[in-house]
Design a protein around this ligand. Structure first.
Ligand code: AMP
Length: 215
């Protein structure tokens, strides 16, 4: 089973992904994690990715993104199925993913759309903090660390993601509404979309996703 998790920033894709890969023993592909690793490299490509992601909050162009993703998929073992988090984000990426999977006699089984209001994205993102070492994510409103802004596991001071400045958040949401919503409409027409209310508590959202996946 190959599943795509889709939704605006702060819709809880990462948290749901963790639970789904465990329950269904799927390989995990996070576009954001792949790009954050590359953005830390000193190469020309690393610098371009860093600038687009962290300074401008814009999407990486499709041609570059598709190549990075398919090169990575060629390296990892996903015979039990894949869970995509953050890819595809445009209609072109979706079309290329479908072609890639068809070439491996596979397909996208479902797109799970975690729907939240724009205001929820903004409030969840501005209160999100991350441990610089173990990458555990906290939310200063809904999932506070035990001690003020310190990681429960490492004790380090929590930081904001570089791309969570107000300007980068605004640009990321703009890209989402301009480029990703058309892909959601397309998946709906193709009968591949399951829409879930992402405003609900994490456990309830997870239950609903599980119920909607093919048995
Ligand atoms: P995420 O952690 O999924 O919110 O991704 C962080 C940033 O990585 C995004 O704001 C984009 O700049 C970039 N990014 C992630 N996924 C994609 C994608 N599928 N296509 C282009 N850029 C992406």
């Amino acid at each position: 089973m190959n599943i795509v998790l889709i939704g605006p920033q702060g819709s809880g894709k990462g948290e749901q992904a963790k639970r789904l890969i465990e329950k269904f023993n799927l390989a995990y592909f996070s576009a954001g994690d792949l790009l954050r690793d590359l953005a830390g490299e000193e190469s020309g490509q690393g610098k371009v990715i860093h600038h687009l992601m962290n300074v401008e909050g814009k999407l990486i162009p499709d041609e570059i993104m598709n190549k990075l993703v398919f090169d990575k998929l060629n390296e990892i073992d996903w015979k039990n199925g894949l869970l995509f988090d953050g890819f595809p984000r445009t209609q072109h990426q979706f079309a290329e993913l479908e072609k890639y999977l068809t070439s491996k006699a596979e397909k996208v089984d479902r797109l799970i759309y975690l729907k939240i209001k724009p205001q929820t994205s903004i409030s969840r993102l501005t209160s999100r903090r991350i441990c610089p070492k173990c990458k555990t994510i906290y939310n200063l409103v809904t999932d506070r660390p035990k001690e003020d802004e310190k990681c429960d596991k490492c004790g380090l001071k929590l930081v904001q993601r570089l791309d969570e400045s107000p300007q980068a958040i605004e640009n990321r949401l703009k890209s989402y509404y301009e480029l990703t919503e058309p892909l959601i409409d397309q998946a709906r027409k193709e009968g591949l979309l399951e829409e879930i209310d992402g405003e609900k508590p994490i456990g309830e959202v997870f239950q609903e996703i599980v119920e909607k996946l093919p048995q």
